[in-house]
Design a protein around this ligand. Structure first.
Ligand code: SAM
Length: 279
């Protein structure tokens, strides 16, 4: 084992999220640390896993990870089960505009799982802003990011990610799948797409694939059902009156995040977010 893969201070070295993901929780982990359950849990479930910052931080011994993004879930499966082949395919990519658009134009469903995962990671690291956005037909449509030297292959981190994922089952689908999968005593962490901060944004816009207030309501019912079942449940969301009203009977904590928001003229600055727990 090369020296830099040795566990530090007797503990496994932690993987970092292998993809850039909107709403990534890395910067909030230190504020989350005292809010995770102190009691032992038999299973960890994360139904909006995204970049997986919380999963990779906690490194639970058994986990079920869900996301509605099938490209993301395929990528995690390939990292876990077929990393060697993925690394070989990743080495073929070029950082040019022409190459970017030729790869973007491919239909992922016609590729092998390894090629599909490789395309996904390449686009994630070279697309403008590291965004993952699809059009109404579900096709990825972010322009080329023109980064000088994007780090597409971080082999050491991908090895750590693969190790953590070996203890996880991966499912592409809706968050409500968790109701079929969480036993009493499990810890469930929800990080849904956030309720928009501005009053005018999104309330009546039902862009295909967007997470509506109806979805937030559906999620609050799933939260309540898991609470009744005896699961430990934690959820993060934006600090809006709507979210506060949905979860008013639970334990609500405020954390501070530095993120870009649309409703302020300068578009940035600290903003409060909520962590809601049933314990
Ligand atoms: C805020 S992000 C999660 C960020 C993650 N905690 C991180 O640290 O990167 C929300 C995720 O929910 C997924 N998603 C959106 N709608 C969903 C649904 N109905 N069911 C499951 N996942 C969904 C998105 O694909 C996205 O990855």
């Amino acid at each position: 084992m090369p020296h830099n893969l040795q566990p530090t201070k007797g503990r496994r070295q932690k993987p970092k999220p292998p993809v850039k993901w909107a709403g990534g929780k890395t910067q909030l982990l230190s504020q989350f640390a005292p809010l995770f359950p102190r009691q032992k849990y038999n299973l960890y479930l994360e139904p909006f896993v995204g970049g997986g910052a919380v999963f990779f931080h906690l490194q639970p011994s058994a986990a079920i990870l869900i996301d509605s993004n099938a490209e993301l879930i395929n990528f995690y499966r390939v990292v876990r089960d077929n990393l060697e082949q993925l690394l070989e395919d990743l080495a073929k990519h070029k950082n040019t505009r022409e190459y970017y658009y030729s790869l973007r134009a491919l239909d992922p469903e016609k590729l092998s799982p390894v090629q599909r995962a490789s395309r996904f990671l390449y686009l994630n690291k070279t697309a403008y802003n590291g965004l993952w956005r699809v059009n109404s037909k579900g096709r990825f449509n972010v322009p080329f990011g023109r980064y000088k030297n994007p780090r597409i292959i971080d082999e050491e981190n991908l090895q750590l990610v693969a190790g953590a994922l070996r203890r996880a089952e991966l499912l592409a689908g809706d968050f409500s799948l968790v109701l079929k999968l969480a036993p009493p005593g499990a810890f469930v962490y929800f990080d849904p797409p956030y309720d928009p901060l501005s009053e005018t944004a999104n309330f009546t816009s039902y862009t295909p694939g967007s997470f509506t207030r109806e979805d937030q309501l559906r999620l609050s019912r799933v939260f309540a059902e898991l609470d009744r079942r005896g699961c430990l449940v934690m959820l993060s969301n934006s600090d809006t009156p709507f979210i506060r009203s949905l979860y008013s009977s639970y334990n609500i904590r405020v954390v501070t995040a530095r993120r870009a928001i649309n409703c302020r003229p300068d578009g940035r600055g600290p903003v409060t977010e909520l962590v809601i727990r049933n314990y």
